[in-house]
Design a protein around this ligand. Structure first.
Ligand SMILES: *Cc1c(COP(=O)(O)O)cnc(C)c1O
Length: 386
């Protein structure tokens, strides 16, 4: 038996005809840059996210970068970021000239800890600035890691209190919902803006790079719109300095086809996660986080924790089962951010997760039998009978 961690090809295979037609149509029209499919996808994805506007861009990293710039964030500013996420969350802050300030995560959701966020601000915030460096606290990027939403009720409360902008990193959480003020809300529609990646392996994946910003703030939407296309309103009429960060028409056409299936695929992911949880719960030697009652996660990844990770990876791999580690290093100990001068011990939960987390195979086409087989091997390993 061979089971990959993700199976992008199998997913495309399931809707091959529809995708080919959509791609052929773009080729026939020859409108490869900002063709009408981009506008149509933007409208459909904004509606899906329950936001007013969507702007398609080059990647999830660019979505974060451009929206931070659109909010006027740059040199002399601080943006708070969880210490445990994909590197792009912090890189986007650095791309604007601002400084990423790390906060540890909550061990039950793997997302930004509201109580530690509040503690940091209580200790360091003075009249909008950091009392030590004098830099301005401007924003916070909650990351809905692995597809589980952050505790947005608390994060919104703290951000309002300290006048921080909220930029949701939804790169792993397309379609996830969180219960807020008596209503289920899609992630991306809660903060000032939400940023999405359409990297092929994400829950909504393109056939190359792609990303989007969603927002209900008109000014932010207009600014991102300009920034993604050389700051221009008309051909050769450039009113601000911008970038080339457009979503390709072909990618938009593919994403339009796939968006119709997304809620169904996410439901499959939740069912698979439930099966993993049922099979593996109560076993000594692993920890599995259950979803919070205020969250409807979309399981971009199914993650367990174990102190015997290396050996378990070996055993699974020997049986043909691929796994992943998301992520082996917390951001504050990643060499590229060593200039920020954090040290080991600063964010213990992130550090422990980096040592213990293990992602098991998960994609909508994974069968019950495959899940059961993976669980059997894990059980055997943990109980010493394999
Ligand atoms: C994938 C990802 C990104 C970056 O998206 P790209 O499209 O690869 O640039 C940002 N943040 C998180 C949490 C991600 O998983």
């Amino acid at each position: 038996m061979k089971i990959p961690l993700v199976n992008v090809a199998k997913n495309f295979e399931s809707i091959k005809e529809e995708l080919n037609l959509a791609i052929q149509e773009v080729i026939r029209k020859g409108n490869f840059i900002l063709g009408e499919e981009v506008r149509l996808f933007e409208r459909e994805f904004a509606e899906f996210c329950e936001a007013e506007a969507c702007i398609g861009v080059n990647s999830g990293t660019d979505a974060l970068h451009l929206v931070l710039r659109a909010m006027g964030i740059g040199e002399g500013d601080i943006v708070i970021v969880p210490a445990f996420t994909f590197i792009a969350t912090a890189e986007a802050v650095w791309m604007t000239g601002a400084i990423p300030f790390f906060v540890d995560i909550d061990e039950e959701t793997y997302t930004l800890s509201p109580s530690l966020l509040e503690k940091l601000l209580e200790e360091r915030w003075r009249e909008g600035c950091d009392r030590i460096t004098g830099k301005k606290f401007k924003g916070v990027i909650p990351v809905h890691l692995y597809g589980h939403p952050c505790n947005m009720e608390e994060i919104v409360r703290i951000a309002r209190k300290y006048r921080l902008l909220i930029i949701e990193d939804c790169a792993q959480a397309h379609g996830a919902r969180v219960f807020l003020n008596g209503k289920w809300r899609r992630v991306g529609s809660i903060g000032e803006a939400g940023c999405f990646s359409f990297f092929p392996a994400k829950n909504l994946g393109a056939i190359g790079d792609g990303g989007a910003v969603v927002t209900s703030n008109k000014e932010i939407a207009e600014k991102v719109h300009l920034l993604r296309n050389h700051g221009r309103i008309e051909k050769y009429e450039h009113i601000i300095k911008g970038f080339n960060s457009r979503l390709d028409t072909i990618q938009a056409a593919v994403l339009r086809v796939k968006l119709k299936y997304l809620d169904g695929w996410n439901e499959k992911r939740r069912e698979i996660a439930k099966r993993y949880i049922k099979n593996l719960s109560g076993l000594k030697g692993i920890k599995i986080n259950l979803p919070k009652e205020w969250a409807e996660p979309v399981y971009h990844l199914f993650v367990i924790e174990t102190e015997r990770r290396e050996k378990l990876v070996e055993e699974l791999s020997r049986r043909g089962i691929s796994t992943g580690i998301h992520y082996p290093s917390p951001l504050h100990l990643t060499p590229s951010f060593r200039d920020l001068k954090y040290s080991k011990g600063d964010f213990p939960v992130s550090e422990r997760c980096a040592e213990r987390v293990l992602s098991l195979p998960l994609y909508p086409e994974l069968s019950d039998e495959e899940v059961d087989e993976i669980c059997r091997i894990i059980k055997g390993f943990l109980t010493g009978s394999s």
